[in-house]
Design a binder for this molecule. Structure first.
Ligand SMILES: C[C@@H](O)[C@H](N)C(=O)O
Ligand SMILES: C[C@@H](O)[C@H](N)C(=O)O
Lengths: 165, 165
Protein backbone atom coordinates (compact mmCIF):
# COMPACT_ATOMS: atom_id res chain seq x y z
CA UNK A 1 0.00 0.00 0.00
CA UNK A 2 1.50 3.37 -1.03
CA UNK A 3 1.50 6.13 1.61
CA UNK A 4 -0.57 8.94 0.14
CA UNK A 5 -0.13 12.26 1.91
CA UNK A 6 -3.12 14.43 1.11
CA UNK A 7 -2.32 17.49 3.17
CA UNK A 8 -1.51 19.34 6.36
CA UNK A 9 -4.17 20.59 8.76
CA UNK A 10 -3.47 23.21 11.42
CA UNK A 11 -5.70 24.43 14.24
CA UNK A 12 -5.11 27.16 16.82
CA UNK A 13 -8.75 27.38 17.92
CA UNK A 14 -8.28 24.94 20.78
CA UNK A 15 -6.85 25.01 24.29
CA UNK A 16 -5.29 22.09 26.10
CA UNK A 17 -6.17 20.67 29.52
CA UNK A 18 -3.89 18.36 31.49
CA UNK A 19 -5.27 16.50 34.52
CA UNK A 20 -2.18 15.65 36.52
CA UNK A 21 -1.49 12.43 38.39
CA UNK A 22 -4.83 10.58 38.13
CA UNK A 23 -4.91 7.12 39.75
CA UNK A 24 -4.58 4.40 37.12
CA UNK A 25 -7.71 2.45 38.09
CA UNK A 26 -10.76 1.34 36.08
CA UNK A 27 -13.43 4.03 35.88
CA UNK A 28 -11.26 7.13 36.24
CA UNK A 29 -11.39 8.14 32.55
CA UNK A 30 -15.18 7.65 32.58
CA UNK A 31 -15.51 9.90 35.65
CA UNK A 32 -13.47 12.61 33.92
CA UNK A 33 -15.21 12.63 30.53
CA UNK A 34 -18.83 11.83 31.43
CA UNK A 35 -19.56 15.20 33.17
CA UNK A 36 -17.79 17.10 30.36
CA UNK A 37 -19.90 15.28 27.75
CA UNK A 38 -23.11 15.84 29.73
CA UNK A 39 -22.31 19.57 29.76
CA UNK A 40 -21.78 19.48 25.98
CA UNK A 41 -18.09 20.36 26.16
CA UNK A 42 -16.63 19.43 22.74
CA UNK A 43 -13.60 17.44 23.84
CA UNK A 44 -11.42 16.80 20.76
CA UNK A 45 -8.07 14.97 20.98
CA UNK A 46 -7.55 12.81 24.10
CA UNK A 47 -4.06 11.49 24.89
CA UNK A 48 -3.18 9.36 27.92
CA UNK A 49 0.01 7.40 28.30
CA UNK A 50 0.74 4.40 30.54
CA UNK A 51 1.10 5.12 34.25
CA UNK A 52 4.28 5.26 36.33
CA UNK A 53 3.95 4.27 39.98
CA UNK A 54 0.17 3.97 39.63
CA UNK A 55 -0.49 7.54 38.37
CA UNK A 56 -0.66 9.14 34.95
CA UNK A 57 -1.74 12.41 33.28
CA UNK A 58 -4.80 12.74 31.03
CA UNK A 59 -4.50 15.36 28.31
CA UNK A 60 -7.21 16.66 25.99
CA UNK A 61 -8.02 19.60 23.73
CA UNK A 62 -11.27 21.55 23.51
CA UNK A 63 -12.43 24.75 21.76
CA UNK A 64 -11.14 27.83 23.60
CA UNK A 65 -14.78 28.96 23.83
CA UNK A 66 -15.62 25.89 25.94
CA UNK A 67 -12.85 26.49 28.47
CA UNK A 68 -14.89 28.80 30.75
CA UNK A 69 -17.75 26.25 30.96
CA UNK A 70 -15.34 23.36 31.49
CA UNK A 71 -13.29 24.86 34.34
CA UNK A 72 -15.79 24.33 37.23
CA UNK A 73 -16.32 20.72 36.07
CA UNK A 74 -12.57 20.12 35.90
CA UNK A 75 -12.07 21.42 39.42
CA UNK A 76 -14.80 19.11 40.78
CA UNK A 77 -13.62 16.07 38.82
CA UNK A 78 -9.98 16.58 39.86
CA UNK A 79 -11.06 16.40 43.52
CA UNK A 80 -13.43 13.47 42.98
CA UNK A 81 -10.87 11.20 41.29
CA UNK A 82 -8.03 12.30 43.60
CA UNK A 83 -5.82 13.81 40.89
CA UNK A 84 -2.87 16.00 41.86
CA UNK A 85 -4.12 19.01 39.93
CA UNK A 86 -5.26 20.41 36.57
CA UNK A 87 -3.68 22.92 34.19
CA UNK A 88 -5.06 24.64 31.10
CA UNK A 89 -3.15 26.35 28.28
CA UNK A 90 -4.80 28.20 25.36
CA UNK A 91 -1.52 28.90 23.51
CA UNK A 92 -1.23 25.66 21.53
CA UNK A 93 -1.43 24.67 17.90
CA UNK A 94 -2.24 21.25 16.49
CA UNK A 95 -0.44 20.44 13.23
CA UNK A 96 -1.46 17.23 11.47
CA UNK A 97 -0.22 15.40 8.43
CA UNK A 98 -3.22 13.71 6.84
CA UNK A 99 -3.07 10.79 4.43
CA UNK A 100 -3.62 7.07 4.03
CA UNK A 101 -1.52 3.97 4.38
CA UNK A 102 0.75 5.51 7.02
CA UNK A 103 0.60 2.32 9.06
CA UNK A 104 2.84 0.58 6.61
CA UNK A 105 5.09 3.59 5.92
CA UNK A 106 7.01 4.26 9.14
CA UNK A 107 9.09 6.90 7.40
CA UNK A 108 6.21 9.38 7.22
CA UNK A 109 6.10 10.17 10.94
CA UNK A 110 9.92 10.18 11.10
CA UNK A 111 10.04 12.69 8.21
CA UNK A 112 7.57 14.99 9.95
CA UNK A 113 9.55 14.83 13.22
CA UNK A 114 12.78 15.47 11.26
CA UNK A 115 11.30 18.57 9.60
CA UNK A 116 10.26 20.04 12.95
CA UNK A 117 13.60 19.08 14.54
CA UNK A 118 15.65 20.79 11.77
CA UNK A 119 13.70 23.97 12.47
CA UNK A 120 14.24 23.70 16.24
CA UNK A 121 10.50 23.34 16.96
CA UNK A 122 9.72 21.33 20.10
CA UNK A 123 6.95 18.73 19.90
CA UNK A 124 4.82 18.80 23.06
CA UNK A 125 2.32 16.03 22.29
CA UNK A 126 2.22 13.31 19.62
CA UNK A 127 -0.83 11.28 18.62
CA UNK A 128 -1.03 9.15 15.47
CA UNK A 129 -3.42 6.84 13.66
CA UNK A 130 -3.09 5.06 10.32
CA UNK A 131 -4.35 8.17 8.48
CA UNK A 132 -2.99 11.03 10.56
CA UNK A 133 0.11 12.17 12.48
CA UNK A 134 -0.75 15.00 14.90
CA UNK A 135 1.72 17.11 16.84
CA UNK A 136 0.97 19.84 19.39
CA UNK A 137 3.44 22.74 19.30
CA UNK A 138 3.41 26.32 20.69
CA UNK A 139 0.81 28.47 18.89
CA UNK A 140 3.59 30.95 18.01
CA UNK A 141 5.29 28.26 15.91
CA UNK A 142 2.35 27.10 13.82
CA UNK A 143 3.28 29.03 10.63
CA UNK A 144 6.88 27.83 10.70
CA UNK A 145 5.78 24.26 11.50
CA UNK A 146 3.32 24.17 8.58
CA UNK A 147 5.90 25.65 6.20
CA UNK A 148 8.72 23.17 7.03
CA UNK A 149 6.36 20.16 6.83
CA UNK A 150 4.88 21.47 3.58
CA UNK A 151 8.39 21.78 2.14
CA UNK A 152 9.54 18.40 3.45
CA UNK A 153 6.67 16.60 1.72
CA UNK A 154 6.68 18.92 -1.33
CA UNK A 155 2.96 19.52 -1.06
CA UNK A 156 0.95 22.01 -3.09
CA UNK A 157 -0.44 25.16 -1.43
CA UNK A 158 -4.00 23.79 -1.71
CA UNK A 159 -2.90 20.89 0.53
CA UNK A 160 -2.65 23.17 3.57
CA UNK A 161 -5.95 23.72 5.36
CA UNK A 162 -6.92 25.47 8.53
CA UNK A 163 -9.19 23.49 10.86
CA UNK A 164 -11.57 25.05 13.31
CA UNK A 165 -13.33 23.20 16.04
CA UNK B 1 -23.28 16.43 12.18
CA UNK B 2 -24.58 13.10 13.55
CA UNK B 3 -22.01 10.80 15.17
CA UNK B 4 -22.06 7.63 13.08
CA UNK B 5 -20.43 4.67 14.81
CA UNK B 6 -19.51 2.16 12.12
CA UNK B 7 -17.82 -0.47 14.22
CA UNK B 8 -15.27 -1.78 16.69
CA UNK B 9 -11.79 -2.89 15.67
CA UNK B 10 -9.57 -5.02 17.88
CA UNK B 11 -5.94 -6.00 17.44
CA UNK B 12 -3.71 -8.25 19.55
CA UNK B 13 -0.99 -8.63 16.91
CA UNK B 14 1.08 -5.78 18.28
CA UNK B 15 3.47 -5.21 21.16
CA UNK B 16 4.06 -1.92 22.95
CA UNK B 17 7.33 -0.10 23.56
CA UNK B 18 7.76 2.68 26.11
CA UNK B 19 10.91 4.82 26.03
CA UNK B 20 11.11 6.22 29.53
CA UNK B 21 12.16 9.72 30.52
CA UNK B 22 13.35 11.22 27.22
CA UNK B 23 14.51 14.85 27.39
CA UNK B 24 11.80 17.19 26.06
CA UNK B 25 13.98 18.97 23.48
CA UNK B 26 13.59 19.51 19.73
CA UNK B 27 14.94 16.61 17.69
CA UNK B 28 14.47 13.78 20.22
CA UNK B 29 11.39 12.24 18.54
CA UNK B 30 13.19 12.39 15.17
CA UNK B 31 16.21 10.60 16.62
CA UNK B 32 13.96 7.85 18.02
CA UNK B 33 11.84 7.17 14.92
CA UNK B 34 14.29 7.79 12.07
CA UNK B 35 16.45 4.65 12.73
CA UNK B 36 13.31 2.52 13.25
CA UNK B 37 11.86 3.75 9.94
CA UNK B 38 15.18 3.19 8.12
CA UNK B 39 15.16 -0.40 9.39
CA UNK B 40 11.58 -0.81 8.09
CA UNK B 41 10.04 -1.33 11.54
CA UNK B 42 6.30 -0.79 11.09
CA UNK B 43 5.63 1.60 13.95
CA UNK B 44 1.86 1.97 14.33
CA UNK B 45 0.28 4.11 17.08
CA UNK B 46 2.57 6.74 18.67
CA UNK B 47 1.48 8.47 21.89
CA UNK B 48 3.52 11.07 23.75
CA UNK B 49 2.16 13.34 26.42
CA UNK B 50 3.51 16.68 27.68
CA UNK B 51 6.64 16.56 29.82
CA UNK B 52 6.98 17.00 33.56
CA UNK B 53 10.24 18.47 34.81
CA UNK B 54 11.69 18.39 31.29
CA UNK B 55 11.21 14.64 30.67
CA UNK B 56 8.45 12.54 29.16
CA UNK B 57 7.79 8.97 27.94
CA UNK B 58 7.31 8.06 24.26
CA UNK B 59 5.01 5.10 23.66
CA UNK B 60 4.40 3.24 20.41
CA UNK B 61 3.08 -0.05 19.08
CA UNK B 62 4.60 -2.31 16.43
CA UNK B 63 3.90 -5.80 15.09
CA UNK B 64 5.15 -8.46 17.51
CA UNK B 65 7.20 -9.87 14.62
CA UNK B 66 9.16 -6.60 14.40
CA UNK B 67 10.12 -6.59 18.09
CA UNK B 68 13.28 -8.70 17.70
CA UNK B 69 14.60 -6.42 14.90
CA UNK B 70 13.68 -3.27 16.85
CA UNK B 71 15.34 -4.16 20.17
CA UNK B 72 18.98 -3.43 19.25
CA UNK B 73 17.91 -0.10 17.71
CA UNK B 74 15.92 0.81 20.83
CA UNK B 75 18.88 0.07 23.08
CA UNK B 76 21.17 2.31 20.99
CA UNK B 77 18.61 5.14 20.66
CA UNK B 78 17.85 5.12 24.40
CA UNK B 79 21.54 5.72 25.12
CA UNK B 80 21.94 8.33 22.36
CA UNK B 81 19.03 10.53 23.49
CA UNK B 82 19.81 10.06 27.20
CA UNK B 83 16.53 8.35 28.11
CA UNK B 84 16.16 6.58 31.47
CA UNK B 85 15.32 3.23 29.91
CA UNK B 86 13.05 1.27 27.55
CA UNK B 87 10.42 -1.42 28.21
CA UNK B 88 8.53 -3.68 25.83
CA UNK B 89 5.31 -5.62 26.44
CA UNK B 90 3.71 -8.00 23.94
CA UNK B 91 0.58 -8.68 26.04
CA UNK B 92 -1.58 -5.75 24.91
CA UNK B 93 -4.74 -5.33 22.88
CA UNK B 94 -5.86 -2.24 21.04
CA UNK B 95 -9.65 -1.76 20.97
CA UNK B 96 -11.00 1.07 18.78
CA UNK B 97 -14.41 2.54 18.20
CA UNK B 98 -14.51 3.69 14.59
CA UNK B 99 -16.96 6.22 13.17
CA UNK B 100 -17.36 9.79 11.97
CA UNK B 101 -18.33 13.09 13.52
CA UNK B 102 -16.97 12.14 16.96
CA UNK B 103 -15.40 15.59 17.29
CA UNK B 104 -18.79 17.13 17.85
CA UNK B 105 -20.19 14.25 19.94
CA UNK B 106 -18.23 14.22 23.21
CA UNK B 107 -20.54 11.56 24.60
CA UNK B 108 -19.08 8.84 22.36
CA UNK B 109 -15.69 8.61 24.10
CA UNK B 110 -17.39 8.94 27.53
CA UNK B 111 -19.76 6.05 26.65
CA UNK B 112 -16.84 3.83 25.64
CA UNK B 113 -14.94 4.63 28.86
CA UNK B 114 -18.15 4.01 30.88
CA UNK B 115 -18.64 0.59 29.27
CA UNK B 116 -15.06 -0.47 30.12
CA UNK B 117 -15.37 1.00 33.65
CA UNK B 118 -18.59 -0.91 34.41
CA UNK B 119 -16.78 -4.12 33.48
CA UNK B 120 -13.77 -3.23 35.68
CA UNK B 121 -11.40 -3.11 32.67
CA UNK B 122 -8.44 -0.77 33.15
CA UNK B 123 -7.52 1.54 30.27
CA UNK B 124 -3.73 1.76 29.87
CA UNK B 125 -3.45 4.17 26.94
CA UNK B 126 -5.96 6.44 25.20
CA UNK B 127 -5.56 8.04 21.77
CA UNK B 128 -8.42 9.65 19.83
CA UNK B 129 -9.05 11.45 16.57
CA UNK B 130 -12.29 12.74 15.04
CA UNK B 131 -13.02 9.30 13.56
CA UNK B 132 -11.61 6.90 16.12
CA UNK B 133 -11.31 6.35 19.89
CA UNK B 134 -8.54 3.83 20.66
CA UNK B 135 -7.83 2.24 24.04
CA UNK B 136 -5.01 -0.13 24.97
CA UNK B 137 -6.01 -2.80 27.51
CA UNK B 138 -4.46 -6.11 28.64
CA UNK B 139 -4.60 -8.73 25.87
CA UNK B 140 -6.50 -11.06 28.26
CA UNK B 141 -9.38 -8.56 28.38
CA UNK B 142 -9.91 -7.97 24.67
CA UNK B 143 -12.94 -10.27 24.30
CA UNK B 144 -14.73 -8.76 27.29
CA UNK B 145 -13.82 -5.22 26.17
CA UNK B 146 -15.19 -5.78 22.66
CA UNK B 147 -18.39 -7.37 24.03
CA UNK B 148 -19.25 -4.55 26.48
CA UNK B 149 -18.56 -1.82 23.91
CA UNK B 150 -20.56 -3.71 21.29
CA UNK B 151 -23.48 -3.94 23.75
CA UNK B 152 -23.17 -0.30 24.87
CA UNK B 153 -23.47 0.97 21.30
CA UNK B 154 -25.95 -1.76 20.23
CA UNK B 155 -23.88 -2.65 17.19
CA UNK B 156 -24.47 -5.58 14.84
CA UNK B 157 -22.08 -8.56 14.85
CA UNK B 158 -20.76 -7.56 11.43
CA UNK B 159 -19.57 -4.27 13.01
CA UNK B 160 -16.81 -6.05 14.96
CA UNK B 161 -13.63 -6.63 12.99
CA UNK B 162 -10.24 -7.97 13.85
CA UNK B 163 -7.29 -5.87 12.67
CA UNK B 164 -3.88 -7.25 11.95
CA UNK B 165 -0.82 -5.20 11.36
C1 LIG C 1 -6.19 6.57 33.90
C2 LIG C 1 -7.47 5.95 33.44
O1 LIG C 1 -7.44 5.75 32.05
C3 LIG C 1 -7.77 4.62 34.10
N1 LIG C 1 -6.75 3.65 33.86
C4 LIG C 1 -9.13 4.13 33.60
O2 LIG C 1 -9.26 3.04 33.20
O3 LIG C 1 -10.06 4.85 33.59
C1 LIG D 1 9.96 14.42 23.47
C2 LIG D 1 10.10 14.87 22.05
O1 LIG D 1 8.86 14.86 21.40
C3 LIG D 1 10.70 16.24 21.90
N1 LIG D 1 9.90 17.25 22.54
C4 LIG D 1 10.87 16.53 20.42
O2 LIG D 1 10.49 17.55 19.96
O3 LIG D 1 11.37 15.75 19.71
Amino acid sequence: EQAIISGIAHDTSEAKVTILGVPDQPGVAARVFRPLADEGVNVDMIVQNASAEGRTDIFFTLPKDDLRRAEPILKRVTEQVGARGVTTDPHIAKVSLVGAGMKTHPGVAADMFDALADEGINIEIISTSSIRVSCVVRATEVQRAVRVIHDRFALSTEAVRREMH
